[in-house]
Design a protein. Structure first.
Ligand SMILES: Nc1nc2c(c(=O)[nH]1)N[C@H]1C(S)=C(S)[C@@H](COP(=O)(O)OP(=O)(O)OC[C@H]3O[C@@H](n4cnc5c(=O)[nH]c(N)nc54)[C@H](O)[C@@H]3O)O[C@H]1N2
Ligand SMILES: Nc1nc2c(c(=O)[nH]1)N[C@H]1C(S)=C(S)[C@@H](COP(=O)(O)OP(=O)(O)OC[C@H]3O[C@@H](n4cnc5c(=O)[nH]c(N)nc54)[C@H](O)[C@@H]3O)O[C@H]1N2
Ligand SMILES: [Mo]
Length: 708
């Protein structure tokens, strides 16, 4: 019996990018486990991935191309060959291009796998070459990234491993134990050495429960808190004047701006008592090294971008960057020298491109956007919009259109794939090769394929080679091997890859970038911010392009950025929907709905698999504060309806003082089909953009809950 161990890396859209060891016996993967040698992920896998082989060998996998035989959405398919599938797609696309133009084709994708070659950009060269509509993919952290760029530039920020040296750790809208769990041991180590842990979250999450101080906050009001902290820090002379003078710009203007954001103002907006706001500001400013870890959830509101602007000013103000373990952690992805241009190929684009933001897929497909030409062909890979984006009812209506030709590349017949005309089988991480960045640590990883592809599944890179060929593209760059693509995807001359060879990464599975040790690295001790001024910009010099979207999120296209000027100073934009801002709406819909990540799902992945649904609960639950439940006569476990003017979904009530009064929490990721009455949280969420980076506002929504 031949038994081998293969080193790989978790493919998921998660900050942790774990090093994984797969045991393979006679060509079959029999177990996966964490790699104990990896300094960050340390041999532990989460509940989503520790039985990954069951995902791979699940009898629900799609292993052959399929053609729809029943009505759209019915899930009735018949097996066809790859040749037939490719022929069907090419014929249809060519005819659409001839009659409507290439813009009638729309790609839709995200990070089903976040491997550098199979992930975010794998289809971009083909769709850019065809001249298809550009898919703007501002799913996650795009508003935060714009704000971060405007304030401190594309810096990795604080090394997550440097947290062991922190004395004050502020987890701001981040549920570390659920969504970034391999960071937790570093936080624990800091606490053993005396660090204080503070969590700012409307929900007493499993992370908040373990904190020294949990500060519940009304959703979408974090900027008011951050600005009031700035107010207190300036008023009480807790500013590091030396650091501010040498390494920041706009202090006087920030002082003036912050003067209006008193703790009393912030208390009214956030629901946090004045004393707590003042105490937080004082503790934060006087307990060095102080570090803030911002989660993605802060951006999903009307003023999400400016919230990140305000938070990103804090470390500069108190000189936190001077210390190892002091500053801000957002996404250390900025440390990886990925050659995005090579992956996206914006040079192949025709001059004028039409852009569609992913959050508007429903409106685009249902015809509401009045697109000319309308979208006639949709190609979905690495994504499951029926479960994960707004406008669910319109999306369903659009996907039912008989004149829409939909192709979905998937592992499973997801809610989205069920509407496809053609489904194409995709390999899982055990069956494919990739090189991986991380947005939660500073290790480059290599995923060696552990087994041969099952059935007729192909990797995304192979899928796009086949599609290019079927479309008659001759450019040899479309036919590079995975090895060639991996080699070309990184700038090997960049200092962070000095002394690192691809062969070494491949053999070991991971390597730390060539950056200073986490034990003595304070990246901005001497300023050196990668901003236009080289300083931390309280007053930003990047203000021309309102809704500036980092090109990474839009196939490299940068042609139609909205030119509206942005206020150069951070400010508070109240939520679009909340009892303070919209009292009339709040009368009918008094509760704020948030839909954070589920512990056992990875976005919608695993929403169909037995081990994870057993953990998460087979059906959607909604968490309500006991007072809110009592007022509505709702008892624990009761079936309930959550609704607003946009729609409704059904769920079971979980009654818990862990959510703030006035807030309801429904973990995301449940599948439409498996849910009661076939609708999920996105039946209710708004399609509006946040203030920066065209981020979503799906957590900026009022609802009502009633007994069924
Ligand atoms: N288990 C698990 N892990 C995941 C994922 C998953 O689906 N499941 N998804 C991965 C992905 S794609 C991402 S982007 C990351 C996201 O990781 P996180 O940013 O941690 O994600 P969320 O769970 O969306 O939100 C974190 C917390 O913010 C709180 N929150 C919501 N609104 C507000 C607000 O207005 N203010 C404040 N202060 N807090 C608020 C929520 O209650 C939640 O506890 O997680 C990744 N890791
Ligand atoms: N209500 C609510 N909505 C949200 C969020 C939330 O917290 N709450 N989070 C937002 C965020 S942060 C994000 S990142 C987005 C995520 O949005 P999506 O990326 O659309 O969500 P996933 O559920 O991760 O869907 C990825 C799909 O890709 C498939 N897949 C995996 N690997 C491969 C592969 O190698 N090839 C192919 N072809 N397919 C593959 C998986 O089976 C899965 O169905 O959702 C956003 N939407
Ligand atoms: Mo995300």
């Amino acid at each position: 019996m031949a038994r081998i161990t293969v080193v790989g890396a978790c493919p998921h859209d998660c900050p942790d990018t774990c090093s994984i060891l797969t045991t393979v016996e006679d060509g079959k993967a029999i177990a996966v486990r964490g790699n104990p040698d990896h300094p960050f992920t340390r041999g532990r896998l989460c509940v989503k991935v520790n039985n990954y082989e069951e995902r791979v060998y699940s009898d629900k996998r799609v292993l052959n191309p399929l053609r729809r035989v029943g009505p759209k959405g019915s899930g009735q398919f018949q097996r066809i060959s790859w040749d037939e599938a490719l022929e069907t797609i090419a014929t249809r696309w060519k005819s659409i291009i001839a009659t409507d133009g290439a813009q009638a084709i729309l790609p839709y994708s995200y990070l089903g796998t976040q491997g550098i070659i199979n992930g975010l950009n794998v289809g971009d060269p083909l769709f850019n070459k065809l001249g298809a509509t550009v898919s703007e993919r501002t799913f996650c952290d795009s508003g935060s990234c714009t704000a971060y760029m405007m304030t401190i530039g594309p810096t990795p920020g604080v090394d997550p491993e440097s947290f062991v040296h922190s004395k004050y750790i502020l987890l701001w809208a981040c549920n570390t134990l659920g969504t970034n769990s391999h960071h937790w041991p570093f936080i624990e180590q800091a606490r053993k050495a005396g660090a204080r842990l503070v969590v700012i979250d409307p929900v007493r999450t499993r992370t908040a429960r373990l904190a020294d101080w949990h500060i519940p906050i009304r959703p979408g009001t974090d900027a008011a808190l951050a600005l009031a902290m700035i107010h207190v820090i300036i008023k009480e002379n807790l500013v590091d004047r030396d650091y501010v003078d040498r390494h920041t710009v706009g202090y006087d203007e920030l002082t003036e701006r912050a003067s209006t954001y008193t703790p009393e103002f912030a208390a009214r907006e956030t629901g946090i008592p004045v004393e707590d706001i003042v105490k937080l500001a004082r503790e934060y400013a006087t307990t060095p090294p102080a570090v803030v870890r911002i989660g993605v959830a802060v951006e999903r509101h009307a003023g999400g971008g400016q919230t990140v602007r305000a938070i990103a000013c804090l470390p500069g103000l108190i000189g936190a960057w001077k210390h190892v373990g002091g500053g801000l952690l957002q996404l250390p992805i900025w440390a990886f020298p990925v050659k995005w241009e090579v992956l996206m190929r914006p040079d192949l684009q025709p001059e004028k491109m039409r852009v569609l933001n992913s959050w508007r897929l429903g409106s685009a497909l249902s015809g509401e956007l009045g697109f000319d030409p309308p979208i006639k062909a949709l190609f979905v890979y690495n994504a499951n919009p029926m479960a994960m984006v707004t406008e669910q009812a319109k999306l369903e209506q659009g996907l039912e259109r008989e004149d829409l030709f939909t192709v979905v590349s998937e592992h499973f017949l997801t809610d989205t794939a069920r509407y496809a005309d053609i489904v194409l089988p995709a390999t899982t991480q055990l069956e494919q090769k990739d090189i991986m960045f991380s947005w939660g640590h500073l290790y480059l990883s290599y995923n060696n394929p552990a087994i041969e592809p099952l059935g007729e599944a192909v990797s995304n890179t192979e899928l796009f080679r086949r599609l290019a060929k079927a479309m008659g593209i001759e450019d040899p760059s479309f036919y590079r091997t995975d090895d060639e693509m991996i080699e070309a995807s990184l700038d090997w001359t960049n200092p962070v890859l000095q002394g690192i060879s691809l062969e070494d990464v491949k053999a070991k599975g991971y390597t730390r970038l060539t950056v200073p040790s986490a034990d003595d690295w304070a990246p901005h001790r001497e300023g050196n911010f990668p901003t236009p001024t080289g300083k931390c910009e309280f007053k930003s010099t990047i203000t021309g392009g309102g809704n500036f979207v980092v090109p990474l999120f839009r196939q490299g296209y940068n042609g139609d950025q909205d030119g509206t000027p942005v206020d150069a100073l951070p400010h508070y934009i109240p939520p679009n929907e909340n009892p303070q801002t919209t009292p009339a709406l709040a009368k009918r819909y008094p509760l704020s709905l948030i839909t954070p990540k589920s512990h056992a799902f990875l976005n919608s992945n695993y929403g169909n698999l037995p081990a994870q649904t057993a953990q998460a609960g087979e059906e959607q639950s909604v968490f309500l504060h006991p007072d809110d439940a009592l007022q509505r006569g709702i008892v624990a476990g009761a079936p309930i309806r959550v609704f607003n003017d946009r729609g409704a979904f059904e769920a079971f009530a979980s009654i818990s003082p862990d959510v703030m009064p006035g807030v309801v929490m429904a973990p995301a990721g449940y599948w439409h089909r498996s849910n009661r009455k076939g609708a999920t949280v996105h039946a209710l969420t708004p399609p509006a953009y946040a203030d920066l980076g065209r981020a979503p506002t799906f957590s900026d929504v009022l609802v009502q809950v009633g007994k069924l």
